[in-house]
Every structure is written in C-alpha cells, then in structure tokens.
Design a protein around this ligand. Sequence first.
Ligand code: NAD
Length: 246
Amino acid sequence: MNQKRVALVTGSTSGIGLAIAKRFIEDGFTIVFHSKSSVETGEQLAQFYPDAAYIRADLSDQKQARDLIAEVLSRYGGLDILVNNAGITKSIPHKDLQAATPEIWREIHEVNVIAPWTLITEAEAALRESSCEEYSSCIINITSHAGIRPKGASIPYAVSKASLNHVTKLLAVSLAPAIRVNAIAPGLVETPMSKGWVAARKLWQERSPMKRGAQPEDIAQIALMLIQSNYLTGEIIIADGGLNLT
Ligand code: NAD
C-alpha cells in the first residue's frame, strides 16, 4: 500500500493543473494526473514521477467522473487531496445574449460545476477516512476572479465559477472539520487556455499592481499553502495580482 499522501489533480497535463501537480510532488505527495484527452502526455508524466498514475476521464460525463474516483481508490486505497482544476470556457461578448445558448450553459456547467460536485461526492468518504489531526484532508477548487466580479470570457463561464465559489463555502461548513474546502480564483494565468487573450494580457500589464498575469507556478504555490495550513477553510483566494483593487 502507498504510504505517501495521495492527491488527485484534475486537468493536470497542462497549465495550472500541471504546475500544482509538480509542486505537490516536490512536497512529497503521490499524484494522480488526469486529463480529458492528452493521454500520451499523461502517461509520460505517470512514468516519470515515482508512484504517480494517469487516468483519463471526460468530466462532462458524470459516470466517467464517478469512475475516476473509483479508479483512484482501487489503485491507492485512499485519497487525501482533491483539486478540482479541470475547466472549460467559451468566449462570448457579454452583450451578445443570443450567443450564450442553453447548450453552452449546460456544457460549461457540466464540467465546471457538476463534475466537481460528483468528484467531491464520490471522494467524501475516502477524504474523511484519511483526515487526521496532523493533516486534514483538503479540497481545492480552481475558480476565477470572473466568478466574483462582472468579468470573464463569457457570462455562462463567469456564473459557473461563481457557483463553484459558493459550493466551496457551503461545503466548507458541511464537511468540516475533517475536510477543508477552499478555492483559488485566478485572474489571468499564462496557460494554453489564455493563449489568445491579448486584451487581458495588456490589461494586466497596464492596470494590475503586479504589472503581469500569473504564471501557473504562482497559483501552484497558493495551492500548496492551502494544503499546508491546518486551519483555513471556506476561503476564496483572489489571485489576480491585485487587479481587483484598481
Ligand atoms: P488548460 O487548458 O491548460 O487546462 C484545462 C484542463 O481542463 C485540461 O487539462 C483539460 O484536459 C481539462 N478539461 C477540459 N475539459 C474537460 C473535460 N470535459 N473533462 C476532463 N477534463 C477536462 O487551462 P488552465 O488555464 O490551466 O485552466 C485550469 C483551470 O483554471 C480552469 O478551471 C480554468 O477555468 C481556470 N482559470 C484559468 C485562468 C487562465 O487565465 N488561464 C483564469 C482563471 C481561471
């Protein structure tokens, strides 16, 4: 049986998820990498890092989400940390209401809200079991500053992240004290998702106090801080380099 603490990071073959997974490995965790489609990268990561695994699952399908947790538990016999990082967006001007169709609302919510809920529900018993005085179990939801302020690639995306922020607070109460639940709400982060966001990059360089968007490693450092704490719960950490202050 694996003796190290186990963390599942969804969407961890690129961007923020990959940076979080690597940071946790440096801190001694066993990582379960996950993605929807980058199987080759996932398998290479699993081979490279000792005890790591890679599991593919399309989180728009709630059965695959349930199976993902079942697979983690059957391989490792437990779970200590769940990072709900996988997410999707669609760029739609906020004034173009017609373009934000019900199909787009459903698609985004399936991955960004319902899948995290399914994963948490399926993992709850295991997270409770592995929690101890020295290390409380942890859920971290990667949301967005768009879930707090009237911003973001589209209204359905922003609302999905606002939902996940509220789920974070509600579950921090429901699952305490065994499981701590926190969120990180990034502004702009330099990842494959934000590659074409030219106006956002300019905005961060010109208006944010830190004068830049975040690197994925900046977000990973906050994630590590959240799991190293044994007290923080229900927090939504806005990681936007101070843009919200200007
Ligand atoms: P990314 O594109 O590198 O990562 C997204 C991950 O989500 C990928 O690994 C992908 O496999 C996974 N994913 C997408 N659809 C999926 C599905 N149906 N099933 C399973 N996995 C799926 O982008 P990123 O920027 O690292 O995004 C990570 C998280 O950070 C997302 O939740 C995103 O909304 C959030 N975020 C990003 C930014 C930014 O500027 N990049 C800002 C705020 C919030």
